[in-house]
Design a protein around this ligand. Structure first.
Ligand code: HEC
Length: 193
């Protein structure tokens, strides 16, 4: 995808994201978009941002131009944060803003225990996308008396670096990831009226 295409896609998806920030009922009524379509659009932005950061920043500066590496201990090592860390920092900032929806990158085999599933629907969704990577998982869940639309999208080992780092990581509970395996999933949660 060209940069122009990604920007156009981002602008389009951002306008959808803005719609998602208004109270859930009007989102549905005024936008005419289903919760599934909103979740898919939000996920498209997240996935695109992560891919752009991985390709244009980490892969280019670390592997091609060998200027700076990416490291989990980026602060101490004056390195770039890992893509999964960037993703989590963004998600934490959105959560602080009470933006009307939340998201996270989770796994049944997390390197960072903070990224383990916390609700039965998250666990069910991660298991479903691990079994059937071609199909995102959608389900309504009730948390603290409120209803949410929860979507889970598979996160696959698309590069050797994914499996090499996770299989060797001292905190990884799983060491047999192969190329193409589902390593986890992106969870998008939207409050419902
Ligand atoms: C250099 C090591 C490294 C590489 C390369 C790497 N990861 Fe990770 N990954 C991590 C670390 C460390 C975390 C925990 C980040 C955090 O603090 O939330 C993580 C987190 C994740 C998570 C959330 C669950 C967990 O394990 O905590 C998923 C899913 C994930 N990575 C998938 C991938 C995929 C897919 C790729 C390749 C596109 C990849 N990773 C590349 C180190 C790596």
């Amino acid at each position: 995808m060209s940069v122009r295409q990604s920007i156009r896609r981002l602008c389009f998806a951002s306008s959808v994201a803005v719609a998602a920030l208004t109270p859930a009922a009007s989102v549905h009524a005024s936008s005419g978009w289903s919760y599934k379509e909103i979740a898919d659009a939000l996920h498209a932005i997240m996935e695109s941002d992560r891919t752009v950061y991985t390709r244009l920043v980490v892969n280019r500066l670390q592997n091609e131009e060998k200027v700076i590496k990416a490291s989990e201990h980026w602060k101490d090592e004056k390195a770039l944060p890992l893509p999964a860390q960037m993703f989590r920092y963004g998600a934490e900032m959105v959560a602080e803003k009470n933006a009307g929806f939340t998201y996270s990158l989770l796994s049944l085999w997390p390197v960072n225990k903070q990224n383990a599933p916390k609700t039965p629907v998250e666990k069910e969704g991660l298991e479903a996308v691990a079994k059937n990577p071609g199909q995102p998982f959608y389900k309504e869940e009730t948390l603290g008396g409120k209803k949410y639309f929860t979507a889970v999208y598979p996160d696959k080992a698309v590069a050797k670096a994914c499996i090499a780092c996770h299989n060797d990581h001292k905190d990884s509970p799983r060491r047999d990831f192969k190329m193409g395996d589902v390593m986890g999933g992106v969870v998008v949660r939207i409050p419902m009226k």
